[in-house]
Design a protein around this ligand. Structure first.
Ligand SMILES: [Zn+2]
Ligand SMILES: [Zn+2]
Length: 372
């Protein structure tokens, strides 16, 4: 099959910025040096670009996992133009297709099944998407957002303002225009590009399939550090309406922390989370599947398989029982019956079921560790 036409604008942009970042920037650092103010400002700009994509483009606009005040949306829209990743409208349209048709080489715009290079950057280098480039049917909701449409309409002047205006203004203020253009202009852009591109490439190749193996998305704690928390991509593909990607407190997800902190400031609201019992059941079912597969490869594993299945069913029963009563307790507490609840039969029952679930979780862990 003949390959589509090369998009020279994108290709030259990627090549030139990359070469400047890997040749001119180190050369300048060696011969001239960058001071701490320049480095600090470059890091701030890098974080601003990255989080505008993860918290704004991705979790706010593509997935509607929370609602944000117009001022925050405005900041994200400018940051997205700074990150040079197309308009919110276009990015979200691509991303919704990615989720709906993940790994379908003909439809998923950055299908990981087409390899690392394609999903990382190759998909933007040729006219692969020409047939649907201006089709925004799947983002009709976003077309009602004035900031999205404003950014889409003025995307070109905005990207120039952010990518040239900011480095030039900083360089003139700080007194070294070339340093600023190299570090805040080129180096920041290339770093920002490739770290976000990793979410489409590495996050579909490298890591664990904690919740499902029906798609290529992976959970990867290391990658989370490079992608502002988007490394928990296996979770994200299953629970895409959740504003979190790293759901445990110790998982590195600064995008989640930003969205949550903004809620305290009144800038975000209606943060959506997936039901905990559903999350736990998905995870446990995956462990069951993986352990079964390992056991089946071994001789005389029938007994172990039966035992594993029994323990799994016991765990699911205890999860169901615990979450039902927990819901009742929370509802009662919400009805301001706290004092009554604390001393009630319901509470005793709740504590008992909680303890049973904790024990069963421990048994399950030990058993699957032993068999797996
Ligand atoms: Zn997504
Ligand atoms: Zn993905």
């Amino acid at each position: 099959m003949k390959k589509p036409k090369i998009i020279w604008l994108n290709v030259s942009l990627f090549i030139i910025t990359f070469l400047v970042a890997v040749i001119a920037v180190p050369y300048r650092a060696f011969t001239h040096g960058f001071d701490s103010t320049e480095v600090t400002f470059a890091i701030i700009c890098f974080i601003y670009c990255g989080m505008s994509i993860t918290a704004g483009y991705h979790r706010l606009w593509s997935h509607r996992t929370y609602q944000a005040h117009w001022s925050l949306r405005f900041i994200f829209a400018l940051g997205g133009a700074f990150a040079l990743q197309n308009s919110v409208l276009h990015w979200s349209s691509d991303h919704r297709i990615h989720h709906k048709h993940v790994d379908d080489n003909d439809v998923d715009p950055y299908s990981a099944k087409r390899g690392f290079w394609y999903s990382h950057i190759g998909w933007m280098c040729r006219e692969y998407q020409a047939h649907r480039y201006y089709d925004y049917k799947n983002v009709r909701d976003l077309q009602k957002d004035a900031i999205v449409m404003w950014q889409h309409k003025y995307y070109l002047p905005l990207l120039l303002l952010m990518n040239i205006g900011i480095p030039v203004a900083f360089g003139l203020w700080h007194g070294d225009l070339i340093n600023s253009l190299l570090l805040i202009g080129f180096f920041r852009l290339v770093m920002s590009h490739h770290t976000t591109f990793f979410i489409n490439s590495l996050a579909h190749i490298w890591g664990k399939q904690t919740y499902t193996d029906k798609n290529t998305a992976r959970d990867n704690g290391v990658l989370a550090y490079l992608t502002f928390g988007e490394g928990y991509h296996n979770y994200h593909h299953i629970f895409e309406n959740d504003y979190r990607n790293g759901i445990r407190w110790w998982q590195f997800d600064p995008t989640k922390w930003l969205i949550k902190s903004c809620q305290w400031l009144g800038l975000t609201k209606n943060l959506r989370v997936s039901p905990e019992d559903k999350i736990e059941k998905m995870r446990v079912a995956m462990v069951l599947k993986q352990t079964k597969a390992k056991l089946k490869a071994q001789p005389n594993a029938e007994q172990a398989l039966i035992y594993l299945q029994q323990e799994y069913e016991l765990l699911i029963t205890k999860i169901n029982a615990y979450y039902i009563i927990r819901k009742q307790v929370l509802e009662k507490k919400r009805e301001h019956l706290l004092a009554e609840v604390e001393n009630s039969d319901l509470m005793t029952q709740y504590q008992e079921l909680k303890q049973r679930l904790i024990e069963q979780r421990r048994n399950w862990q030990l058993l699957t560790d032993k068999l797996g």
